[in-house]
Design a protein around this ligand. Structure first.
Ligand SMILES: [Fe+2]
Ligand SMILES: [Fe+2]
Length: 172
């Protein structure tokens, strides 16, 4: 069964969402590097790579289904944040937005009776549980750390140590 036009449009819009997340995390990584939080910078860069992977997963799927990929413009991300807390709150809010857009994609698949897209989207639904959990935890921990330099440096080191593991996970 060929991709319906509404399904194809929704998938193309989701490719843009994933590249938007890629761009946002990459910008956040540059900011963290600039303000001397190399651990968070590394973590965010690994996260950006994951988002690029999500975009390409949908890109491949559209083509596997004989559809037409139509890449769209990516909005310019912010490049400065007042604090790490503000940055990670934005990351968490962005992940919530992505979850909502995956849910809408799922609704389109249901309306179009596109069972293959349903199956394909399961992976993204599960992935979003993890993405929301991780970003919420980071924002909550940073709120607890406040302006305490010792706590922030410790969290930065932890984030740097974790980003290696994150890359292995995304390679699966
Ligand atoms: Fe994603
Ligand atoms: Fe994400």
């Amino acid at each position: 069964m060929a991709l319906s036009q509404p399904m194809q449009d929704a998938l193309n819009a989701q490719i843009r969402e994933e590249f938007t997340a890629f761009y946002l995390y990459l910008s956040m990584s540059a900011h963290c590097e600039a303000v001397n939080f190399p651990g968070f910078a590394q973590w965010l860069r690994a996260q950006a790579t994951e988002e690029q992977g999500h975009a390409l997963k949908i890109f491949d799927y559209v083509q596997d289904r004989g559809g037409q990929v139509a890449l769209q413009a990516i909005p310019q991300p912010a490049h400065q944040w007042k604090s790490l807390l503000e940055l990670f709150e934005q990351a968490r809010d962005h992940e919530r937005k992505v979850t909502a857009s995956i849910n809408r994609l799922y609704e389109v698949a249901a309306a179009e009776k596109d069972y293959a897209s349903h199956a394909f989207l399961e992976w993204f639904l599960t992935e979003q549980i993890e993405e929301e959990k991780t970003s919420t935890q980071l924002a909550d921990t940073l709120r607890m750390a406040g302006d305490h330099p010792g706590a922030l440096l410790m969290l930065d080191r932890e984030a740097g140590a974790r980003s290696g593991a994150g890359e292995e996970e995304s390679a699966e």
